[in-house]
Design a protein around this ligand. Structure first.
Ligand code: NAD
Length: 252
């Protein structure tokens, strides 16, 4: 396990899936980690916290809905009070409920926009003032290859993720002068609850494994290395970029 870095990472949506893997991966790399998720995910948050602490790192937990500005501001205020600073923000919280666009309800359209896109905006707005003051920071947004390509039954989701890639590019230009980088990761198919629900069957999993260059689908841990790269000094001259982490399923 790496030595303590004296750096604080915040990971949203960290009660399970990719968010939990990232929170634990950052702890293993020496970061102290603040984790957030919905109040309904308190059990998962507690498990993630215990895993971080078992790695010898500090953990802070905030329950909040990423789509509600007052809750996001309050949670980031608490994190800053306790941790003293935010070196890295990982915007990971997200939802996917597949539907044909023709059949999509207004409620589901709004929910995807609110969580996947507005949530990224709100978390960045909450974290950036303290990063700007310190003239240092790293933001890593979890987008999706769906946001690059567009996928049938995921039009609304893909639109939110395309918007996340655009927010990444624009934030990078707006905060670069303050020593802050903003990059995105576009995962392919990752076998989390979301990924499995999306594929629906073992047969579909086998199909997509064969379509993928590396002949396997992703695990949450596959996202850790790219996220640590964007968080580290190794990527000091990289900003406003979106990296596909998909095992070779999409190539643009
Ligand atoms: N799994 C995949 O195949 C895949 C592919 C591409 C991108 N992604 C993206 O990766 C991220 C993580 O996905 P995952 O597969 O781990 O999904 P997941 O459903 O397992 O986890 C998502 C987490 O976000 C939290 N969340 C949802 N709504 C929230 C809200 N309003 N406020 C706060 N937290 C909320 C959930 O409670 C959950 O803990 C998402 O942004 C997703 O779009 C996933």
């Amino acid at each position: 396990m790496a030595n303590a870095l004296d750096k604080v990472a915040v990971v949203t949506g960290a009660a399970r899936g990719i968010g939990r893997a990232l929170a634990v991966g950052f702890a293993e790399a020496g970061y102290d980690v603040a984790i957030t998720d919905l109040p309904s995910q308190a059990q998962g948050l507690a498990e993630t916290r215990a895993t971080i602490e078992a790695r010898g790192r500090k953990a802070w937990v905030e329950q909040m809905d990423i789509s509600r500005k007052a809750e996001v501001d309050a949670a980031f205020g608490h994190i800053l009070d306790q941790a003293g600073k935010i070196d890295v923000l990982v915007n990971n919280a997200g939802i996917l409920k597949p539907s044909l666009l023709q059949d999509l309800s207004e409620k589901d359209w709004d929910a995807h926009m609110d969580v996947n896109t507005k949530g990224v905006l709100l978390a960045c707005q909450a974290a950036l003032p303290s990063m700007r003051k310190r003239k240092s920071g790293r933001i890593v947004n979890i987008a999706s290859i769906a946001g690059r390509q567009g996928v049938a039954t995921q039009g609304h989701y893909a639109a939110t993720k395309a918007a996340v890639i655009t927010l990444t590019r624009v934030f990078a230009q707006e905060v670069g002068a303050d020593g802050i980088t903003v990059n995105a990761i576009c995962p392919g198919i990752i076998l989390t609850e979301m990924g499995k629900n999306n594929l629906g069957s073992e047969e579909a999993i086998r199909h997509w494994e064969q379509v993928t260059a590396l002949k396997r689908l992703g695990q949450p841990e596959d996202i850790i290395g790219p996220a640590l790269f964007f968080a580290s000094d190794q990527s000091a001259f990289v900003t406003g970029q979106a990296l596909n982490v998909c095992g070779g399923i999409y190539f643009h």
